[in-house]
Design a protein. Structure first.
Length: 193
């Protein structure tokens, strides 16, 4: 007996899709389409290229589904495919040389008016100090809380994925995340940053 698709886990959908079940593959695409599109939009602004990239990601997912380890979370795997697909599309685009904007006297109005994105030295120092304070604060909280923060903010997993990794309920993970944020705020408020 097959589960209704809306109640199926990613693992079950992948298992069924590997066996050739088109409706499971469609359910995976529907579930991850907003995520893939959002990641691709960070790289590509042109709407046609954006649609092509999104479609290419799901074609690559389908082609590589049999190789995918269903014990691992799907989101990071698709995020990596999306990033690589977007970078490939951007590489194929012909870049316009900045020298095309040079005047006869050698000035380049385009280059001369592009603001620098390099942080000022004082900003770099402030960021470095804040990172040290934040890492020190994270070391002061429970390892269970710290791991949830790491998986959420550094690994990009959502609460459901963290719950699967930790083999705990999603409510426990959400509660730990909330408590960790409250503890960190308290610890950061105590510092004179």
């Amino acid at each position: 007996m097959q589960l209704p698709l809306e109640n199926s886990s990613d693992k079950e959908l992948i298992k069924q899709a590997k066996l050739g079940d088109q409706s499971s593959l469609d359910a995976l695409v529907r579930q991850y389409l907003p995520i893939v599109y959002g990641i691709a939009r960070r790289y590509i602004r042109d709407s046609d290229d954006l649609e092509d990239a999104t479609q290419e990601v799901f074609i690559k997912m389908w082609r590589n589904l049999k190789k995918f380890d269903a014990r691992k979370p799907v989101k990071p795997w698709l995020a990596e495919i999306t990033k690589n697909t977007c970078l490939d599309i951007l590489k194929k685009k012909k870049a316009l040389s900045f020298s095309a904007f040079e005047a006869e006297d050698g000035t380049n109005a385009l280059l001369d008016n592009i603001p620098s994105t390099t942080p000022l030295p004082t900003e770099l120092v402030d960021q470095s100090i804040f990172k040290k304070i934040l890492h020190a604060a994270i070391k002061k909280i429970s390892p269970n809380y710290a791991e949830v923060l790491s998986l959420y903010y550094y690994k990009g997993l959502n609460f459901r994925e963290i719950a699967e990794v930790r083999r705990e309920s999603i409510d426990t993970i959400k509660s730990r995340h909330r408590r960790a944020i409250i503890l960190l705020r308290g610890l950061l408020d105590e510092t004179s940053y």
